[in-house]
Design a protein around this ligand. Structure first.
Ligand code: ADP
Length: 503
């Protein structure tokens, strides 16, 4: 407080002086320039210039009581278990000390965005009854040398001050996107500033000792473990690494249940089905699906969230907002035929795998066939990859069957198909056997890839040619309905047996 009075007094005195000199017609420009430079340097030294690092202070005070617990986090059982084990070091401090165990200083959470790393850090602070201070790597980056390092110092002292203020014995510092400041040293263009920031972080972490008034643990998150400076992950610093992966089906179900808790779901809604249809979604995506479904129900003035809302929400999260742009009638027909081509191949090769077909443009797509995945799969055989290629090619082949040629709409499918073919060759599953790309003639790889794609084109061409009448019939309906479910699509073909007969 006293400091503030002094500051106000000085500013008042300065302004008085400026008015006095101005009155006496003294040239003020040099004075003002000097004052500006001095003030700039002063604020810089206080860390008040730039992208408002004070927000860290605010975030910290807001979050000193985290209300997220591990029960609010769906899936991630392995990550939770590892984290809990690590955190017991903080909770059972006395025992740890008796055994002479070096206390834990840092935990590194690695995994894709939106998988719950921030939530885990918040739950960790609740579990250990610690204060929670958060910052993101980007907040430390400034063009002025020394600012980043000073901000690191501030962050640690903020955690300690806060713990003291609220009477807690430990603090969790969460640094998101740590790769921004902890990239390999010397690899940045303005490397001196980045290196100083990282060095400061390492120094602060080395300074974390047992029996301190406030025990601080740093939890950092990154999606780019490969970019981190090795000094950061050596023992004694971030000596625990916890992987936070995309959730499996069980995890997705649990996350959906958590986010649907306070929302009115219609009795018909089966969240297991939603979990099955959202393979590859992160926790953040799933939260968004439930939220978007609620918004759709609201827009349609309904009081409950129904299955159709959830299905549309999945499409929206996957592809983006519906576009106003409507293709001309002939183009719409082509899109419908294309999507039915994918759908037909998907149903034939993997019965019951089509979740929905749509010709409503969203994001970059004019239409879309969404598949559902019954089992999580981590390994693929040659047959699986060949089927996958056939499903990718189904759209273009159906267009060709009806129009005699395909359109540019198939370009993205071909990209996916060539990726699968590449995977097939590199895994030693092609006629070349096990290969090393480095010792291979350039043209040979392409030759085998073309062979694989050509073989699938023939296969798909034959299957679709036999079904052309069906394709055209379903196409009429799809244009009218715009979106159809997998069940409807299967019903329209009217015969699961007939579909599988061809294969
Ligand atoms: P990250 O830090 O990994 O990028 P966040 O922890 O910030 O991800 O997650 C963003 C949002 O996504 C959360 O606020 C929450 O709504 C949702 N979310 C992500 N993962 C989960 C999960 N495992 N359980 C429940 N909600 C989750």
């Amino acid at each position: 407080m006293k400091k503030d009075y002094y500051q106000a007094g000085l500013i008042g005195l300065g302004m008085g002086l400026v008015v006095f000199l101005g009155w006496n017609q003294v040239n003020l420009i040099p004075f003002l320039l000097i004052i500006g430079v001095v003030a700039g340097l002063y604020f810089l030294s206080q860390g008040k210039v730039g992208r408002g690092f004070e927000t860290v202070g605010n975030v910290a005070s807001v979050n000193c009581e985290s209300n997220i617990s591990f029960n609010d986090i769906g899936g991630q059982e392995v990550a939770k278990r590892e984290l809990l084990e690590a955190l017991d070091f903080l909770r059972l401090e006395e025992k740890i000390r008796q055994l002479g165990i070096r206390p834990l200083k840092g935990i590194l959470l690695t995994g894709p965005p939106g998988t719950g790393k921030t939530l885990l850090a918040k739950a960790a602070s609740q579990y250990t009854n610690s204060v929670f201070v958060a910052a993101s790597g980007a907040e430390f980056v400034e063009m002025y040398a020394g600012v980043g390092a000073q901000r690191v110092r501030q962050l640690f002292s903020k955690a300690r001050q806060l713990a003291k203020k609220v009477g807690k014995k430990s603090g969790i510092i969460f640094i998101d996107e740590i790769e921004v400041i902890a990239g390999k040293r010397g690899s940045h263009t303005s490397h001196l500033e980045y290196d100083q920031t990282l060095n400061q972080l390492l120094t602060e972490m080395d300074g974390l000792k047992p029996r301190q008034e406030c025990q601080v643990v740093v939890i950092a998150a990154t999606n780019r473990l490969d970019m981190l400076d090795p000094a950061l992950i050596r023992p004694g610093r971030f000596d625990r690494q916890v992987k936070v992966d995309l959730p499996d089906r069980e995890g997705r179900l649990r996350i959906l249940e958590i986010h649907a808790q306070a929302k009115p779901l219609a009795a018909e809604v089966n969240l297991e089905e939603v979990a099955q249809d959202t393979y590859g979604f992160s926790g953040a995506h799933l939260e968004s699906v439930v939220n978007e479904a609620a918004i759709l129900a609201f827009r349609q003035e309904e009081l409950e969230i129904r299955t159709t809302h959830l299905r549309e929400a999945i499409d929206k999260v996957l592809l983006g907002e519906k576009l106003d742009r409507r293709p001309a009638a002939e183009e719409l027909r082509r899109v419908a035929i294309h999507e039915i081509g994918h759908g037909l191949m998907s149903e034939i090769l993997r019965p019951e795998s089509v979740a929905s077909l749509t010709v409503i443009p969203r994001g970059k797509a004019l239409g879309f066939m969404r598949q559902t995945q019954k089992e999580e799969q981590y390994l693929y055989t040659a047959a699986y990859l060949q089927d996958q290629i056939a499903i990718c090619l189904g759209g273009a082949v159906a267009e060709k069957a009806v129009y005699g040629h395909w359109s540019t709409g198939a370009a993205n499918d071909f990209e996916q198909a060539t990726d699968q073919a590449k995977q097939l060759i590199e895994a030693g599953l092609s006629r070349l056997g096990i290969i090393s790309k480095d010792y291979m003639e350039k043209g040979k790889f392409q030759e085998v890839m073309t062979e694989i794609l050509e073989e699938q084109l023939q296969r798909v061409g034959k299957i679709i040619a036999e079904r052309q009448g069906l394709v055209l019939r379903v196409c009429e309906e799809l244009q009218k309905r715009e979106t159809v479910s997998g069940e409807w699509f299967r019903g329209e073909f009217g015969r699961k047996e007939e579909i599988s007969k061809i294969n």
